[in-house]
Design a protein. Structure first.
Length: 355
């Protein structure tokens, strides 16, 4: 049924296309959790075709309808997010489908209406707020400062502090943030209203070391993260040793790391046994083009089943349609091992020459 609807998108009148988009999007939202990956891809094809053929009010309605749906196709979300401000706003503010990379690009390229919508998201990473702080107007900066789920880099906070003298009320909002660095708190004191100054003074009086404690906690968390990273990397080396000593097979180790969702350690293991720099394997892991990973795995003799699991894992991480898994596996099986070995040898020679 869905496949046949693709043809209707070309033949239908403008009114029929509008009606079709309403019905299709309602059908998708109603059963999103139950559809197969293939069905979701078909919904995506139909909706993306119709989006460009209906007026703005219908696109706004679609954006509002799918903004809270976790299985909204990435292509649909991205099309809507790149649309006019009123269309993009619901998706930009609520959709979990958009990645940080998507949001950073949109924040860099779009206007203040798009930035304002992004500033209202329930969670914002430092990567995104850095762009917002750099490009946002008064309304955008005020909005992101009020957002308790927004995280700011040290540089971002200092820029916000500097702009507090130029934007009415911004200093008062910043003064209420529990993660405000001490240096920025000091810099905004001349901009604060009497109530805000009293609140800040009370905070310092009741907990004079609160800012230092916050930084100490942040340092401890960072050290903990570094420790966890070191432990994982040590585990990776031990796993590599097990493979060399033939205690475990490469397939077994890679399958374990896929199950534990440890993409960086998978890159480490593949780089170790293929003799390729880990930075290059890790970079290839985060690209939608699977050629480099397929060649590496083919040379190492990774089985079809484990490669399929790896392809599935990469599609999840990169938010690619699950239909791509079959394509990746088919391409993988089509690669002759001797061809893959020659390609890898050529790559190593080229890298050594470039160095």
């Amino acid at each position: 049924m869905l496949s046949s609807l693709l043809d209707i998108t070309h033949e239908a009148s403008s009114d029929r296309r509008r009606e079709l988009l309403t019905q299709i999007s309602a059908l998708f939202v109603e059963g999103a959790d139950d559809y197969s990956d293939r069905e979701v891809v078909l919904f995506s094809d139909i909706m993306t075709r119709l989006i460009e053929q209906v007026p703005v009010e219908d696109r706004v309605a679609l954006s509002e309808r799918v903004a809270h749906v976790e299985r909204t196709p990435h292509e649909v979300a991205l099309r809507l997010a790149n649309d006019s401000e009123e269309v993009a706003a619901p998706i930009l503010e609520h959709s979990t489908v958009l990645t940080d990379g998507d949001l950073v690009k949109l924040a860099q390229e779009k206007g203040q209406g798009h930035l304002l919508a992004i500033s209202r998201r329930s969670l914002l990473s430092e990567l995104i707020t850095d762009v917002i702080v750099e490009r946002g107007d008064d309304a955008v900066l005020t909005s992101v400062a009020r957002n308790a789920g927004a995280r700011f880099s040290e540089g971002g906070y200092h820029t916000m502090g500097a702009k507090a003298s130029l934007i009415a009320g911004l200093g008062d909002i910043l003064a209420d943030r529990s993660d405000l660095p001490a240096a920025v708190a000091k810099s905004i004191l001349p901009t604060l209203s009497a109530p805000a100054l009293a609140r800040l003074s009370q905070l310092q009086f009741s907990a004079p070391e609160s800012v230092q404690t916050l930084f100490s906690k942040a340092r401890d968390e960072y050290e903990s993260m570094k420790g966890a990273y070191r432990r994982e990397r040590m585990e990776g080396r031990l796993l590599a040793a097990d493979i060399r000593e033939k205690k475990r097979s490469l397939d077994d180790v890679v399958a374990q790391l896929i199950y534990e969702k440890r993409l960086s350690d998978i890159a480490y293991i593949l780089s170790e046994f293929a003799g390729v720099p880990i930075s290059q394997v890790a970079n290839a892991m985060h690209k939608t083009d699977s050629t480099a990973i397929a060649l590496t795995c083919r040379v190492l003799g990774v089985s079809e089943g484990v490669y399929e699991r790896l392809a599935t894992f990469r599609c999840e991480k990169l938010k690619m349609p699950m239909s791509e898994v079959k394509v990746m596996v088919s391409d993988y099986l089509a690669v002759d091992k001797s061809v893959a070995e020659r390609a890898l040898r050529f790559h190593k020679i080229r890298v050594s020459v470039q160095r």
